[in-house]
Structure formats: C-alpha cells, structure tokens
Design a protein around this ligand. Structure first.
Ligand code: NIG
Ligand code: FE
Length: 394
C-alpha cells in the first residue's frame, strides 16, 4: 500500500475537530493511503510515508465541492450578457437559445465542453462538481447529456424540466408527461438526482411536484431551482419532498426560512435540506444577492456553488464565489469557505468529502497563501498551487 504525506502545512482546514468553525490545525500534516485520509496531526509527529509533498508552510483545505453546475451545452450567450450589462433584465428566456445550439451539437462537441469546464474548475480547486442536463429537452438529448456528464462526474442531475421547450409551448401538460415518462426512463440510468426550475416562466409548483415525485419513485434524489427570480413556493416544495438542496434562494419569506430551519438534524449538525447560494448568478444578472446572514442566523446549512452555465453565471471558479459571498453577502471568510466545501458536500448528502478527517476522500487543495482568508482577501488571483484528487496530485 503506497502512502503520501502532505507535510509542513501552516494552516490546515479540516472542517472537523480543531480551532473555530473550520476546525483549523496549525503546523500540521496529512497522511494519505489508498486515496483516503489515514491520519491528521502535528507535522512534528508525522509518520513515515513513501512520498512527501512539502506544503512549505502554506494553507491546505478540502477541495471545493461545487454542487450546482450546468456543463452540458453548446455555444455561448456573450451577447445576451452584454445586453444585460446595458440594462436588459434576465428572464431565463435565453435558455431556449442554448437548447437549440445543444441539440445541433455532436456528442464530441458536448464532451469537449464538459471536459474543458471541468478542467478549469479543477485548476481552481474544485474536486467534486455536480453536472446537470437541461439543455437537450428531448428524450435523446437529455439521455446523451447525462451519459456525457456521467463520464466526468458521479454527481449527475436530470433537469429535463429546465424550461418547456418551444415545440411544447402551448401544451405544457404534455411536456410534463414526457419528462415523467420516456425522458425519465432514458435519463435515470445515468442520473443520481432530479431537479426542476420551479419559477414563473418555467414550471409551476404542481408540475414541479409531479416531476420530482416521479424522479423520487425512480430512485433519484431531489434538488430544485427555487425562488431565484421572485418569491414563490419552490423552497416549501423542496422541504415537503425532503430535497437535499434548494438552490438560489434569492427571494425568501419568513416561512421559507423557518421551513428550512425546521429540517435541522437533532445532533446539531445542520439542516437536512441545504440552501445553496449561487452568487455568480446575481453577479452576472446584476441582481440583488441572497440574504445569507438570515439563513445562517436561523441555523440553516448554506452551500456555495458556481451555477456554471452559459446564461446566468458563466464562471467555474469557486474562489470567485467565496470572494463574492464575503464581500457582497456578508458571510465571514470562514463561513464562506465552509459553505464551499462542507456545505457543498451536505448539499450532495455526502459525508466522505468536504472534510479532511481520517476516512475522508483525500481531495485537497494547497494554496499559494498562508491562510484560507486569502481566498476572499485576494480576489481574482490564482491562489491554487496544487490539487490532490483521491490522493493523486493533479
Ligand atoms: O440556474 N435558472 C435556471 N437555470 C440556470 C440558468 C440557465 C440559463 O440561463 O441558461 C440558472 O441560473
Ligand atoms: Fe442553475
């Protein structure tokens, strides 16, 4: 069994036992065996190992867990972004433009885009990335989107209910029937999750409930896009269906926050339904940011994710989202880093990632900085020196 010691770590974020909310240990080392963390402790007591990575006093943290990304698409919408920056509102109507380009693309074109974006994210410290379908919206195009996504990630999500495609515009009930029937049957073998864009202009609460319930019956876990563009019933529907995560949460009522807080685990480890905030979307649509403080103060587990997609948030950078969350959403740097690592893991109902404690997957990042604080303090700077994925330096 070959072992690797990451040694001479000035500041180790464990998200487990240690100082403060990030479980920090100083002058630490991490022993990795068989892709897993085997030991964490003071560098002075580090066991011998076959190989050694010298962190040189830098900070080390769990790899980022990006629990919300739409990577299977073709084309871009740079002109739509420019129009928005000149004052046009974001409505989600551009999704159909991307659907047209995606349907026209070959498998290899889609695969190349997924790999390019996954590679971009990896170089910025993302070790787990959820990938949604949702730009195919036919049985064949949703199935191939998920097949291609599954080549790159174990966290794949069927989003056949992203919008009602143009050919079904005047018969949305028929489209819901297609999603719940043949489309789900073709998608489910390649998907772990089901998602619906529950929003005015996309799917109403009855359609969303019907689709998510079909997905659940087919063995998929539930997550949804909720309360992004305005207040609505999405968050309450997510709680009703025991969703792992409700995503966006930009417009929340007191009842929404209370319902999320009511999903708290009895052991104090957070909420069963996570609120995933996607500040890249508010940045790129010039919209008000979600109220992270209100959620955190109510005890709701918060995750940060990129929402990487060609319309509302074309960034693959978790460090950028951390910096936005701190500067624009008043999260402390520690809260933001926790949300980008452990929060994302909770949003995917995973306990083997987002932490650096014995038994966890050895997914970790060595920063080009002495502290995690620099992720928000030095925005836009490439601070990821090295990434280890499953114990393997990338
Ligand atoms: O999460 N809101 C729905 N879906 C994406 C946007 C997709 C698009 O504009 O292409 C989102 O923001
Ligand atoms: Fe999204």
């Amino acid at each position: 069994m070959s072992s690797l010691l990451v040694d001479n770590i000035g500041e180790l974020v464990t998200n487990g036992a240690g100082e403060g909310p990030l479980g920090i240990r100083r002058n630490a080392a991490v022993l990795i065996e068989e892709g897993r963390v085997a030991w964490v402790g003071p560098a002075a007591y580090a066991p011998a190992a076959d190989r050694r990575v010298d962190a040189g006093g830098a900070a080390v943290l769990p790899g980022f867990v990006d629990s919300h990304a739409h990577l299977v698409f073709a084309g871009d919408r740079a002109a739509e972004f420019a129009a928005r920056m000149a004052g046009q509102p974001y409505t989600g109507g551009g999704i159909r433009t991307t659907v047209g380009a995606t349907r026209a693309a070959s498998d290899d074109e889609l695969r190349t885009t997924v790999r390019r974006l996954r590679g971009e994210a990896l170089r910025q410290g993302t070790t787990t990335m959820e990938i949604k379908s949702g730009y195919g919206l036919t049985v064949a195009d949703e199935a191939r989107s998920l097949r291609i996504a599954a080549e790159t990630s174990a966290e794949t999500t069927f989003l056949g209910a992203h919008v009602v495609p143009a050919e079904y515009a005047d018969r949305p009930d028929d489209y819901v029937g297609l999603v719940c029937g043949p489309m789900l049957a073709a998608a489910a073998p390649h998907a772990k999750w089901i998602d619906v864009f529950c929003e005015r202009g996309a799917f109403d609460v009855d359609h969303a409930r019907a689709i998510l319930a079909c997905g659940q019956a087919a063995g998929l876990g539930v997550r949804l896009h909720a309360n992004q563009l305005g207040p609505g019933p999405g968050v309450l529907l997510g709680v009703e269906l025991d969703a792992a995560s409700v995503d966006h949460c930009t417009h929340l009522s007191d009842a929404d926050v209370a319902a999320l807080a009511g999903t708290a685990h009895s052991d104090g480890s957070g909420t069963r339904t996570v609120a995933t905030l996607l500040p890249g979307a508010e940045f790129s649509t010039r919209s008000p940011y979600p109220d992270a403080r209100r959620l955190l103060d109510a005890g709701v587990t918060v995750a940060l994710a990129t929402d990487c997609n060609p319309g509302s948030s074309y960034t693959s950078s978790m460090p950028f989202c951390v910096a936005l969350a701190v500067r624009e959403m008043r999260m402390t740097p520690a809260e933001a880093v926790r949300a980008a690592t452990l929060g994302g893991a909770r949003a995917l109902r995973r306990d083997d990632i987002g932490v650096l404690t014995p038994g966890a997957r050895a997914d970790l990042v060595v920063l080009e900085a002495p502290s995690y604080l620099h992720l928000a303090y030095r925005p836009g700077v490439p601070l990821i020196r090295q990434v280890l994925l499953n114990g393997v330096p990338k």
